[in-house]
Design a binder for this molecule. Structure first.
Ligand code: ZN
Length: 476
């Protein structure tokens, strides 16, 4: 029996050592491994399959909202980076630069893209001439590099995968509308596909993207009460169009600078899924993005007819569009239960001689461990309904948890005990940078987004009249 529990005992305690729990889970479930260069990760097939499902869902939404995919080069001339002053200042510390290639020193150093505004802006400047060319709605799926000395798989690595949308518009209103539209696309995706509730809103000047006029973000609450920025959209105004000469002749014949936006989510989302839903036994994956949605475990598999019946059930479910696997290895059922639970498979089906005789199968949910006996005859419908229940159940549970952990604070001391208790904290803020810095210093918490409603009357740091209510939290 010791063997059956070996996985559970290998994972660090989720309540007492969450960082170690996270490392144990991502390595033992074979989502990732560390790369040979510090700061790099290898995304293994089980992890990459989650990313592919995320891509598929998001890509459909981008196309539905009128965007097209394109691909721009990894290497950007250093001179492009320096054209937008705030942008280069923000990214300089983490840019990797290529100085030598082909056995010689390059005339101009090339940077490996940390993001692509500069190169895409340059191309847009060339392609756009008239109001007839607008809007331009493009997205690119790519890798980017932002130098890191430490490695936290999916959360903080030098190289990661993402998508970056880059759009150009004739008016400020249209560009702002796009910025908010994509934020709501992200929010709906997080809810529907990742079962992840998020808080969305505008970010403060301190937390905005380097070069943006305004940044909007979605923040998700992790198991330890810390916040993870799960996606951002940026209204760039004319900052980049002026730096990269994106001008168009308008209907009135006048030459005008366009308005641009950019928006992105990355493989960080996989980290967010793990830390939103995981439990002591390991991963708990939302069915929509789970690489394996259903695992069939034969019981008394040596008895005649059992394996055949399991294989037939697998074929039926597969034909119904369900991602299903049959574990016909010679490990014990208990061992298999532990392994597939650790890997977060949403539904497990147990099928043995007694079930077959009764025309039934036993389904176990990963999210709440509920077991139900259902008729084999309606297997396809029953399993689909169950997967859908798991998906909504996971969202409801995460939402209740997040909502019960948003507290308010009227003083720095209250804010500190709020974040110490693993909460998001609503607090008033006068709007000055010094007060934001003071919160950071006092409570190691940062402003995440402006709250939807201004409920707090005084600034949590200085006691003066507050201009905004802000959600503060410790963040990944
Ligand atoms: Zn203040």
């Amino acid at each position: 029996m010791a063997k059956d529990n070996q996985f559970v005992s290998q994972i660090a305690d989720i309540e007492n050592d969450f960082p170690q729990w996270y490392s144990d889970v991502v390595l033992k479930t074979k989502l990732v491994d560390y790369g040979p260069v510090k700061g790099t990760m290898v995304i293994r097939p089980y992890g990459y399959a989650i990313w592919e499902n995320i891509q598929k869902e998001l890509d459909a939404r981008f196309k539905e909202t009128g965007h097209e995919n394109a691909y721009f080069p990894l290497l950007i001339p250093m001179s492009f980076m320096t054209k937008e002053a705030e942008h280069v200042e923000g990214f300089a510390p983490e840019v990797a630069v290529v100085t030598h290639a082909g056995g010689e020193k390059l005339a101009e150093p090339l940077c490996i893209r940390p993001t692509s505004e500069t190169i895409i802006g340059t191309m847009y400047g060339k392609w756009i001439q008239s109001y007839r060319d607008l809007p331009v709605l493009m997205n690119q799926w790519a890798n980017v590099m932002r130098w890191e000395k430490t490695t936290r798989p999916f959360l903080r690595t030098s190289e990661f995968l993402w998508q970056e949308g880059h759009t150009v518009h004739a008016s400020e209103e249209e560009a702002m509308e796009e910025t908010l539209k994509m934020l709501s696309v992200y929010e709906e995706f997080a809810k529907t596909c990742l079962a992840m509730p998020v808080l969305t809103g505008r970010k403060t000047e301190k937390e905005k993207f380097a070069g943006a006029v305004a940044t909007f973000g979605m923040e998700a609450m992790m198991h330890d009460g810390k916040s993870l920025q799960a996606g951002t959209t940026h209204y760039l105004g004319q900052n980049f169009s002026k730096a990269f000469d994106i001008q168009f002749s308008d209907k009135d014949g006048a030459l005008k600078y366009a308005y641009t936006t950019s928006w992105g989510v990355s493989t960080r989302l996989i980290g967010a899924i793990i830390m939103t839903h995981g439990d002591q036994r390991g991963l708990v994956l939302p069915p929509v993005v789970a690489p394996v949605q259903v695992v069939i475990v034969p019981i008394a598999s040596k008895k005649p007819g059992v394996l055949e019946a399991c294989a037939a059930l697998k074929d039926r479910l597969k034909r119904a569009g369900i991602r299903v696997t049959l574990d016909d290895s010679d490990n014990s059922p208990g061992w298999k239960f532990n392994e597939w639970e650790m890997k977060g498979v949403p539904v497990r089906i147990e099928l043995g001689p007694r079930d077959l005789e009764a025309g039934k199968m036993l389904c176990a949910r990963r999210d709440n461990f509920e077991k139900t006996e259902v008729s084999l005859e309606n297997a396809e419908e029953e399993v689909k309904a169950l997967l859908s229940n798991v998906q909504t159940g996971m969202y409801e549970k995460a939402k209740e948890r997040m909502e019960s952990r948003i507290v308010k604070a009227d003083s720095l001391q209250e804010l500190l005990s709020g974040v110490n208790g693993g909460n998001f904290v609503r607090a008033g803020w006068c709007g000055c940078r010094a007060c934001e810095d003071k919160v950071k210093e006092f409570a190691q918490a940062t402003s995440r987004v402006f709250a939807k409603e201004d409920t707090q009357e005084t600034c949590v740091a200085c006691g003066k009249k507050s201009a905004h209510t802000v959600i503060f939290a410790r963040a990944y």
